[in-house]
Design a protein around this ligand. Sequence first.
Ligand code: AMP
Ligand code: MG
Length: 412
Amino acid sequence: MISVEEALKSILGSISPLGLEKVNILDALGRVIGEDIHAGRSIPPKDNSAMDGYALRAEDSRGASPERPVRFEVIEDIPAGAVPQKRIGPGQASRIMTGAPIPEGADAVVRMEDTRKEENTVAVLAEAKTGQDIRRAGEDVRPGEKVISQGEIIRPAEVGMLASLGRSFILVHQRPLIAVVATGDELTDIDEPLSPWKIVSSNSYSLAALVRDCGAIPLQIGIARDQREDLVAKFGAAMRADLIVSSGGVSVGDYDLVKEVMKEAGNRVQFWQVAMKPGRPLAFGSLGGVPVVGLPGNPVSSMVSFEQFVRPAILKMMGHANLFRRTVRARLAEGIKKKKGTRHFIRAQVRSEGDGYTVATTGDQGSGILKSMVRANGLIILPEDVAAVGAGGTVTVQLLDDSLSWTREPGY
Ligand code: AMP
Ligand code: MG
């Protein structure tokens, strides 16, 4: 039996980031970019107006006030998108809209609110400073500047930046194909007629959902019977994936054949059993070079083990640098006990309270109690050497989702 850290090290050591593919910038959302992006142009491309108003020479407006307006001859109208045709000379102004290029000769914009329109002139009611309300060419991005670095995650802001640089396609790390194989003679699929002796293979779906939640592509292989031939056939079908995740068949029962298949020619078992609860009977190895994580069969064990080992592996394949869920320290609402020697992952509900967090378990911690997972947004992690933590004690909680990032009311 090995520790959680050793298991993680062993798995991540066998996983490398996938290659790159060219995708449309909108499809790149959430993906990890595989190239540095240097600007090939200035943004904005030209000096342009930050306001609706009048472009003029700041020095000509000296002393202007509502009581002593300074009058300018209006020589042109420059809507956004237009190219100015006339040069601004002394005492002249052009009416200009936000985003329109600044005409030659002008060095300031006076906003509409500080002017009064007259027949062929405009009365300027406030003195302008040089450069006022002009957005300078390149003030956002200068040509050659590095704006996005390899390894960063593409968010909506990056998509917008790429668009303004004229990039419609970029290189990102590929999304891995993750095969999900359930094993067990007691299992049936959702829409098959249910007999009292059968249980629905919920793992086929919870694990596929977890795969998708990581941003990878699930390949649903279905249910393998607890027979060598069927396991070999189903694993064979799974081998076109980048990683195989199975559930069940890794304990010490007579029909737990997953390890046996992983020991056959061309395959390999790297380790079996991790000192954790739930999730102890976990096997890791490879089938003909494809890494395989044999998760335990119980619905909670498979999900908790996926979170600890498979998610980081998938994120690594996708080029991510941050592979692990965030943990917080939280005040325990009730006392909990455990046996020493293994690390416990206890399903829990975390809430933010004041400056910190409080946490309570979600009830029965049996590894078949999926409801306790449904109610959980975190896992309390109790270390190997701990036997009990009293109510009010502080524990580490791994956050399972971003529910704590959202609130009913705006925070202002
Ligand atoms: P095993 O590790 O194969 O002994 O499975 C342990 C228990 O987990 C079984 O008795 C089932 O109740 C449950 N189980 C196994 N596979 C699945 C599955 N795909 N979906 C839901 N429950 C499962
Ligand atoms: Mg089984």
